[in-house]
Ligand binder design. Structure first.
Ligand code: GLC
Length: 653
């Protein structure tokens, strides 16, 4: 059961899309203090777990941390970093008393969860207007499903978006992209898309392509498509100040850019130098910006990534101009946590949006900016593309999951960031972002063979599986680390698993339920399962236990019940029944071990080099279960319903 509690004049975020009955204040569970802003406190029991909070650092259980929901571009993803790129204000307290709460406001919200051993959950909302939703149910799993049911169905990407994607900041020319495609094909490592970072543009101007690097962009896109590869260009939030550029001129003329304190167009520097920022809060501006994507869809593009949409600001007309290099250096050097949490606030308090004809300061509605950019693109693509599209964004707010997925931003090639990726996935799912994933191999820093292989072995199970790295770091394509066979095997597993992964994703999205779950959701009575932070459930049947330690030749796995252990070795599935309890598994670098729950089945298909070669109907069932409900469609049509489920049975069963 879900109830709504209103304070002041809540901003309409459109995160919740169903009618929720108004409860009588005060809300249950919380002690509420009103003064400057709002403060909610709940005394936590010793054994309470706190799930959710989407894209935040630390564990699956959020206890012990302080999380500042104020979308921030900061690549120093330290464990105690308070703010990342998304604001996902939903959590579930799971213990003797179990409930969920969504603090729906686009302003800054601070969650302190048993922070410094306080024993309380404290939620401080900076503004005094808020819509609070409280959810009650019998279990954390039930509450998560109820919440997902209230925020609308996840965006449904096409099948090719579940293939493997390669990306790097630094690919510039047609030849660079061709070389990547060649590298993958020559080494028989499957590949479905290559992302185009900012250098494909003409001087980083949105919706342009570089005339010299791409003399025939459309021809290039279709040549790549014939090789089974989709090109996925980046779009940044800032539009370069460039009179004469049609997008810029039109935006200025129609008043579609955000304004500054004096009511003039707000200017701040990002990659292209000085930019204006589309006022995504105006429905007309959203429509206008979304329609610009047509310039690229007309060339055959079917997928995009939206970036720098917190929005990221290097400096502005107000903050001291430092030049791009200094600003970037400062960004990298910043270690001050409070500075992280309030980065760019000096600018965010000085730019304005038009909301229903009224000027509203950006700072008060900051966390919705990126989400509305995703919405602008998503609404355009949904309406105008004949098939499903791929879209993922860096900044987000709950609700944006209906239009696109997210990636978790500028992590680094560190083992702790692989672990972080594992911990972030369930929280992201609980907040609606089923289609998500991290920069596999790490964005900053230099990856190595072992880390990349282990990371791929985990990402093989996340809907977005993309290798992305920063300019200046070691080249990170899977074929650059020697013995490409190991990489071909692990990415190959992803493709063999697509009948299962795609089906589980589509079923979860259509049923408005989780795709990735923590262990405690399936075994809520098992204290050990509840405390496991490095194993996850992927769909109904599969449990994964990725190797997350450097130098480890395997790991310990906790099995709450007997399962089928599946070892993927050199293109073969080796299955073995294993008992409940603690298990030691050996996992050589070129192998993946995962588990199928007792009585469940997992369909696997044939090997493929791209999703164009995948036949979802040619499957074999692994596991002790004898039937599997498989979602199957053509991987692109828009009429996705649960009627597309067919029952597959084991031969002889
Ligand atoms: C940002 C993005 C990163 C991208 C870079 C250049 O840092 O998060 O993915 O490569 O900008 O566009």
């Amino acid at each position: 059961m879900m109830k709504r509690y209103e304070y002041g004049h809540p901003f309409e975020t459109e995160a919740v899309v169903v009618d929720v009955p108004l409860g009588e204040t005060p809300p249950p569970y919380f002690r509420v203090e009103q003064g400057t802003g709002l403060c909610f406190t709940y005394p936590l029991e010793k054994d309470d777990l706190v799930y959710g909070l989407g894209e935040t650092m630390r564990g699956i259980n959020k206890r012990g941390g302080r999380y500042v929901m104020y979308n921030t571009d900061d690549p120093n993803h330290r464990m105690d970093m308070p703010s990342l790129y998304g604001a996902h204000n939903f959590l579930i307290v799971d213990g003797k008393t179990t409930f969920g709460a969504f603090f729906d406001t686009p302003a800054c919200v601070v969650f302190e969860v048993d922070f410094q051993g306080s024993g309380v959950l404290k939620v401080k909302c900076e503004e005094d207007s808020l819509r609070l939703f409280v959810l009650e149910g019998n279990s954390a799993a039930e509450i998560a499903k109820e919440f997902l049911g209230s925020i609308g169905r996840s965006f449904l990407p096409p099948l090719w978006a579940f293939g493997f994607g390669q990306s790097r900041w630094g690919y510039k020319t047609e030849r660079d992209f061709m070389a990547v495609a060649d590298g993958y094909r020559a080494n028989q490592i499957p590949l479905d898309y290559i992302c185009m970072d900012i250098d494909y543009m003409n001087r980083f101007i949105d919706f342009t392509t570089h005339p010299k690097r791409f003399p025939d962009f459309q021809g290039f896109v279709s040549r790549m498509r014939r090789r089974g590869i989709h090109m996925v260009p980046i779009i940044d939030a800032g539009v370069k100040v460039e009179p004469g550029n049609a997008v810029y001129d039109e935006g200025v003329e129609k008043g579609f850019f955000a304004t500054n304190e004096e009511g003039k167009t707000f200017r701040a520097a990002v990659w292209p130098g000085m930019c204006h920022f589309p006022d995504f809060f105006q429905p007309e501006a959203r429509k206008w910006f979304g329609a610009q994507y047509q310039k690229l869809t007309d060339c055959g593009i079917e997928g995009f990534w939206n970036d720098m949409n917190e929005p990221s600001i290097f400096y502005s007309e107000y903050t001291k101009p430092r030049g791009l290099v200094d600003a970037a250096k400062k960004l990298l050097a910043s270690t001050n946590l409070e500075e992280n949490a309030h980065k760019n606030q000096a600018d965010y308090t000085r730019f304005y949006h038009l909301v229903d004809g009224k000027r509203v300061c950006h700072h008060k509605i900051h966390n919705l900016f990126g989400a509305l950019m995703t919405r602008a693109a998503g609404e355009y693509l949904a309406e105008n593309m004949p098939t499903r599209y791929l879209l993922f964004s860096r900044a987000s707010y709950i609700g944006a999951h209906r239009y696109g997925g997210i990636w978790t931003g500028d992590n680094a090639s560190k083992w702790e960031h692989l672990r972080q990726n594992v911990c972030q996935m369930p929280g992201l799912n609980m907040c609606g972002f089923l289609y998500s994933g991290a920069d596999t191999g790490g964005f900053g820093g230099n990856s190595d063979r072992e880390l990349l292989l282990r990371w791929l072995a985990f990402s093989a199970f996340t809907p977005l599986m993309r290798n992305h790295s920063a300019k200046g770091t070691r080249r990170q394509e899977n074929y650059r680390f020697g013995d490409p066979g190991a990489f071909a095997n692990i990415v190959g597993l992803r493709y063999r698993l697509l009948p299962y992964l795609y089906s589980e994703f589509m079923k979860a999205a259509l049923r408005q339920d989780l795709y990735i779950r923590p262990m405690g959701f399936a075994w809520p009575q098992d204290p050990k399962a509840r405390s496991v932070e490095d194993q996850l459930l992927v769909g109904e049947s599969v449990m994964i236990a990725p190797v997350l330690e450097q130098g480890a030749d395997g790991r310990k796995v906790y099995l709450p019940e007997p399962m089928t252990q599946v070892r993927f070795r050199q293109g073969e599935f080796l299955c073995q029944e294993v008992p409940a309890g603690e298990l030691d598994i050996r996992v050589p670098l070129d192998e993946v071990v995962f588990f199928i729950r007792r009585g469940f089945a997992c369909p696997v298909g044939k090997a493929a080099q791209c999703t164009g070669e995948v036949d979802l109907t040619q499957v074999e069932l692994l596991g002790s279960g004898t039937r599997y409900e498989q979602y199957v469609d053509d991987g692109k049509s828009k009429n996705c319903t649960l009627e597309n489920i067919r029952v597959v049975t084991k031969t002889g069963a």
